[in-house]
Design a protein around this ligand. Structure first.
Ligand code: GDP
Ligand code: IMO
Ligand code: MG
Length: 431
């Protein structure tokens, strides 16, 4: 029996969805443990494209239990729409194979409105570049003890009390920002209307998972975002509002830390970031443009253009440490095909000194200059390669150098968006 946590080891969009879908064949349960529909995970299966945001990426395979854990913030109206659109693609979703933790906080329309109003009001330098989906405000309400949670939908008196508590906080805030105050009765009615669609999936997830574990079932934890967007260890304040690193998998569903047997870090062969914030190895030249074009670096759900740069080994060494990564899945190697020379960031220069990690202070992060090492590229195509033998010698050398620099072995390699274009080196469930 082994449970595997999949986490993004950069700034998100590393290809987690593809890898979770691929690995889910080997798992019984696939659980989301943080984030919300700010995530955008794309799966390509026999040419058919599935775009997921709130649903776990294991949902597309039949016969698996998909779980939305308490560490997630859930927009119920979004979820209902996402379920309908995935069902339209022929995927079976029912309370038999989808479960939502009863203690999951809800994202309400007030959260999205507040998120967007703050971003609009922010001046240059303070804008985060959020997805505008209400993630930050919903987590603020969770720790502020004023969330409406899934379980509250089951009882009208409780629901009304919870909404009143939330509005006590939000209406004065909205007035200050010049947004109309909320019509309490309308919000309560909206929640009562959506309640049955959500409650059919509600369950004590901690209990179900504890029983599954005792029965020897395998759990695959699916992280969203990436460790550099972690609320504690990311490039604060340009981060998301949840803990993204692997330790969150346990609290985000209600299991002990001993339930995690293997941490798989998903690492893109270069670096991307969407939204504002420091990015030492960012390229604003033809190479950056080429990475973006070849890698189709546009947001899965928001359509925003992603910033691109060379592979930053300093950052990934750091995120492998904060998440306790046992092995990485190296993705999008094919995007590097045809570059004559590749660069890898191996350190930073800050105020005349060399650093082997990203400092914590935001002003220092913004001033870190990359120190590069160069490697020869390859002209052959690696797209769709399914074995090490299909890779040109220079591509293998690049992968080996990355392993050396980050101090972590490659467990899987991905060479195209397609599910089966994946090379397994070490099975995380068997390691
Ligand atoms: P996630 O947020 O980590 O799940 O990643 P996204 O789905 O947002 O972005 C990754 C994009 O790269 C998606 O469009 C995937 O279909 C695609 N992708 C995943 N792995 C590979 C790969 O090995 N090669 C190429 N070319 N594309 C890939
Ligand atoms: P996946 O799971 C990339 C970024 C946003 C913004 C910051 C805060 O697809 O890898 P938020 O809406 O969370 O308050 O925005 O975090 N961000 C992501 N970037 N991939 C994601 O998810 C992201 N989710 C949030 O762009 O910079
Ligand atoms: Mg994504």
């Amino acid at each position: 029996m082994a449970n595997v946590v999949v986490v993004g080891a950069q700034w998100g969009d590393e290809g987690k969805g593809k890898i979770v879908d691929w690995l889910s064949e080997r798992a019984d349960v696939i659980a989301r443990f943080q984030g919300g529909h700010n995530a955008g995970h794309t799966l390509v299966i026999d040419g058919k494209v599935y775009k997921l945001a709130a649903l776990p990426s294991g949902v597309v395979r039949g016969g698996k239990l998909s779980v939305i854990g308490n560490g997630v913030v859930l927009d119920p109206w979004h979820l209902v729409k996402e379920i309908a659109s995935i069902q339209e693609q022929g995927v079976d979703i029912s309370p038999e194979n989808l479960m939502i933790a009863e203690n999951t906080p809800l994202i309400l329309p007030i959260h999205g409105e507040l998120d967007r109003a703050r971003e609009e009001a922010a001046s240059k330098g303070t804008k985060i570049g959020t997805t505008g989906r209400g993630i930050g405000p919903a987590y603020e309400d969770k720790v502020g003890r004023r969330s409406v949670r899934v379980a509250d939908l089951a009882d009208e008196t409780t629901l009304i009390a919870r909404v009143d508590r939330a509005l006590q906080h939000h209406n004065p805030l909205r007035k200050g920002l010049g947004i109309a105050t909320v019509d309490r009765d309308e919000l309560i009615q909206q929640l009562k209307d959506i309640a049955p669609s959500i409650l059919q999936y509600a369950a004590p997830v901690w209990k179900v998972l504890s029983e599954k574990r005792k029965a020897g079932k395998r759990i695959l934890f699916e992280g969203a975002q990436g460790a550099l967007l972690d609320i504690d260890f990311g490039t604060y304040p340009f981060v998301t509002s949840s803990n993204v690193i692997a330790g969150q998998a346990a609290t985000g569903v209600g299991m002990g830390p001993g339930a995690i047997d293997y941490v798989l870090g998903i690492v893109k062969a270069y670096t991307t970031r969407v939204g504002e914030g420091p990015f030492p190895a960012e390229l604003q030249d033809a190479d950056g443009q080429r990475l973006g074009e070849r890698g189709h670096e546009f947001g899965t759900n928001t359509g925003r253009q992603r910033r691109c740069g060379w592979f930053d080994a300093v950052l990934v060494r750091q995120t492998c440490a904060t998440s306790g990564v046992n092995g990485i899945s190296f993705t999008k190697l094919d995007v590097l095909d045809g570059f004559e020379t590749l660069k890898i960031c191996v350190g930073y220069e800050l105020d005349g000194k060399e650093l082997d990690y990203l400092p914590t202070a935001a002003d220092q992060q913004a001033r870190c200059k990359p120190i590069y090492e160069e490697m020869p590229g390859w002209s052959e195509s690696t797209e769709g390669a399914r074995s090490w033998n299909d890779l040109p010698a220079n591509a293998v050398k690049y992968v080996r150098r990355v392993e050396e620099l980050i101090g972590c072995p490659v467990a899987m390699l991905s060479t195209s968006p397609e599910r089966e274009d994946t090379i397994l080196v070490t099975d995380p469930f068997e390691d």
